[in-house]
Design a protein around this ligand. Structure first.
Ligand code: B12
Length: 216
């Protein structure tokens, strides 16, 4: 196995084993050896989170492990954030971003926000458990170009649709582009609720946001 592949694989295992000292050590080594934050996020953090999720489903891990893995991922993102290179900034726009009502997951949202920010977007983070009325009032008063919503739970996904319906009812739907994402969210679901865009990860989100800004 190549050195960098081994480092990434060890880092993923350290996440899965909830070994935060090992995670910190390997994160530093990975950056020093030139592995990109993108690779670290997708191959170690996201895949590590998937394995933690599987262990939780299999009752090998319980809520404390989920909480600890969430905290470790947040710390890793804080460390990686300044290392994400600003891309050639050609597009910018105003974005309002939040995790939908009933949902407390924010690691993925925070990664997407970091990437959008380094790509030149002006992002307002509404946090987690955001009630639909809050999304609506922010669209009304801040007039963002794009509204981004995240959902990590199957049972909070209908909140995405709920916000779309209220936007329509309030006559705001034509005034803002809507992008949705999160682990259970699919392109099919985004199409079904008539969102303008879906992103599977942070890099997709940046590409999609640029595309939406180009659409009149
Ligand atoms: C850490 C974690 C937690 C932590 C969250 C901490 C935090 N601050 O976020 C805590 C402990 C709070 C938690 C709680 C719960 N969790 Co949880 N959790 C996870 C876990 C292990 C990791 C999530 C994560 O951070 N992933 C890493 C990030 C990088 O990935 P991501 O979130 O998918 O984000 C990426 C993309 O989806 C995308 N993206 C995300 N949002 C958006 C938005 C837009 C607009 C775009 C374009 C893209 C995009 O880009 C991101 C970056 O690449 C997942 C398992 C998993 N594989 O996801 C379970 C999981 C999501 N949780 C689950 C469950 C069941 C729960 C609880 C109900 C458990 C309980 N019994 O209480 C509670 C619910 C609490 C609530 N009301 O929200 C289930 C959900 C099952 C389902 N389909 O509904 C999962 C899948 C675990 C499992 N396999 O069972 N959890």
């Amino acid at each position: 196995m190549q050195d960098s592949e081994k480092l990434i694989s060890d880092l993923k295992d350290a996440f899965v084993n909830i070994d935060s000292a090992q995670v910190n050590d390997l994160l530093k080594q990975a950056i020093e050896s030139g592995i990109s934050p993108k690779m670290i996020i997708e191959k170690a953090i996201r895949q590590g989170a998937d394995e933690v999720g599987k262990k939780y489903e299999a009752c090998e891990y319980f809520l404390p492990e989920l909480v600890m893995s969430g905290e470790m991922m947040k710390e890793a993102i804080t460390f990686l954030k300044p290392k994400m290179q600003a891309e050639g900034i050609t597009s910018s726009g105003k974005i309002i971003f939040g995790t939908v009502k009933g949902d407390l997951h924010d690691v993925g949202k925070n990664i997407v926000i970091s990437m959008l920010s380094v790509a030149g977007f002006d992002v307002t983070d509404l946090g987690v458990d955001v009630p639909p009325e809050k999304f609506i009032s922010e669209v009304e008063t801040k007039t963002p170009n794009i509204l981004c919503m995240s959902s990590l739970l199957t049972h909070t996904m209908p909140e995405l649709d709920n916000v779309m319906e209220i936007l329509k009812k309030e006559g705001l739907r034509e005034k803002v582009k809507v992008m949705v994402g999160g682990r259970p969210v699919t392109k099919d679901y985004a199409d079904k609720i008539k969102a303008d865009s879906y992103g599977k990860d942070a890099y997709d989100a940046v590409e999609e946001a640029k595309r939406l800004m180009a659409v009149k």
